[in-house]
Design a protein around this ligand. Structure first.
Ligand SMILES: *Cc1c(COP(=O)(O)O)cnc(C)c1O
Length: 412
């Protein structure tokens, strides 16, 4: 990852792959700095969807006709791409879901529902997205398990010195984010998984902010589960994946019941297919999976190490330029971070900053970023966030700085 040379990539040419970026918003060129909420889509992904619907559309697995077998090949081919992309041992370890949220709910319900009992502890961190908090709280209401949170330090990193204290023998699963969507913190996932394993706990990595941004290998990380969303990495909405180690997926019962996931059904009961199919009840998002496969091909062609180096350089440049502004607080670690920056301006509420920026065609995000407990801990009403991807450039950062100066003049 360190020897990537982002200067060898023609980023301006790559930007042309994104038709949506060519528009004006409110009379200004669109500056899209909200990719941490959802990324834009390159033409090749849009084309993959169109091609599927124009030539190959049919339901998967059940049909004995040509279109159905083409759709099935494309759908299962996408599963193999996902497996290779994250270094899974086999495609059977990849369950297609609607995204990170559904993946975590699947683990909480199917794995947690069977293997956790009253008194067991689910360890999270204080920087988790609501989608890695609420499924566990719902499970706790049903089963009497306890949910605990590894603290986040003032500077935005995890309190790693206390990790051993929190990883007690009652902890059965440690679930944490790879990159924080509000702070940009990159957590040492390998170390966290190793620490979990030492106390006999399994681990779940929320890779929503990392899957499209840096190289990931689940076997090197040593995680038991890993969840991510397609729409944050150039793919369509409504598709994502759960990686699960084979033994775990095999031991877990189904969560949703229906067609596609059974081997046989009688009026009395049913037997189920093997993983991953037993977790994919009903007609899946076939087009979405194919779009995700196209997004993976596209990202791999650019190179994830190069993408990370690009984002890292751009966010460093943004932070350096923001430091020119008086009355601004920048959150998150001062060292290595993902391609996003959250900030507060003394002169204006985060929502006002965001609404003001929108008048100039600048898309930022203002609010709690689905991290309400963290915002409350830091006594913040929310933050404004600028998040970057490989189609953004320095000229856009410069324009953002001009607009933020305008905010200060307006609200002064
Ligand atoms: C976006 C995000 C999620 C939720 O992803 P969905 O696509 O909405 O399911 C979870 N965790 C993190 C860190 C995120 O950034």
């Amino acid at each position: 990852m360190n020897n990537a040379d982002p200067s060898a990539v023609e980023w301006d040419v790559i930007r042309e792959d994104f038709p949506i970026l060519r528009q004006e918003v409110r009379g200004h060129p669109l500056i899209y700095l909200d990719s941490a909420a959802s990324s834009q889509k390159p033409r090749c992904v849009i084309e993959a969807l169109r091609h599927y619907y124009e030539y190959d559309n049919a339901n998967v697995h059940r049909g004995l006709h040509e279109l159905s077998s083409r759709a099935t090949d494309a759908y299962e081919g996408a599963r193999e791409k996902v497996a290779r992309y994250i270094g899974a041992a086999s495609a059977e370890e990849i369950v297609f879901t609607r995204g990170t949220t559904e993946s975590i709910n699947l683990v909480a319900n199917a794995w947690g529902g069977k293997f956790l009992k009253a008194g067991d502890v689910v360890l999270l961190t204080e920087m988790e997205h609501h989608s890695n908090i609420v499924p566990w709280q719902l499970l706790a209401e049903r089963t009497g398990i306890k949910v605990r949170y590894l603290p986040v330090r003032e500077e935005g990193t995890l309190e790693l010195a206390e990790l051993d204290k929190w990883l007690t023998p009652e902890v059965k699963i440690f679930a944490f984010t790879h990159i924080s969507n509000s702070l940009g913190t990159i957590n040492p996932v390998q170390e966290l998984c190793r620490a979990a394993r030492k106390v006999g706990a399994i681990s779940l990595v929320d890779a929503a902010q990392s899957a499209g941004h840096l190289p990931i290998n689940v076997q090197e990380i040593g995680c038991d589960f890993l969840a991510f969303s397609g729409h944050k990495m150039c793919a369509p909405t409504g598709i994502g994946a759960l990686y699960g180690r084979r033994e775990l997926l095999t031991a877990m019962p189904p969560w949703h019941g229906g067609g596609e996931m059974i081997s046989s059904v009688t009026f009395e009961g049913a037997t189920f297919k093997d993983a991953p199919h037993k977790f994919e009840a009903g007609t899946p998002n076939i087009a979405g999976a194919i779009g995700l496969g196209a997004a993976i091909d596209y990202i791999e062609k650019i190179g994830r190490a190069e993408i990370f180096a690009h984002d890292e350089a751009l966010v460093a440049y943004a932070i350096k330029r923001m430091a020119e502004l008086p009355g601004i607080r920048i959150f998150g670690p001062s060292g290595k971070r993902g391609g996003l920056v959250s900030f507060m301006m003394d002169s204006a509420h985060p929502h006002d900053v965001t609404t003001f920026a929108d008048r100039y065609g600048l898309a930022l995000r203002g609010g709690h970023h689905c991290n309400q407990p963290l915002m409350r801990k830091f006594r913040l009403p929310g933050t404004t966030r600028a998040s970057f991807y490989f189609y953004n450039n320095r000229a856009e950062v410069d324009r953002m700085i001009e607009i933020l100066k305008e905010v200060q003049r307006f609200f002064a």
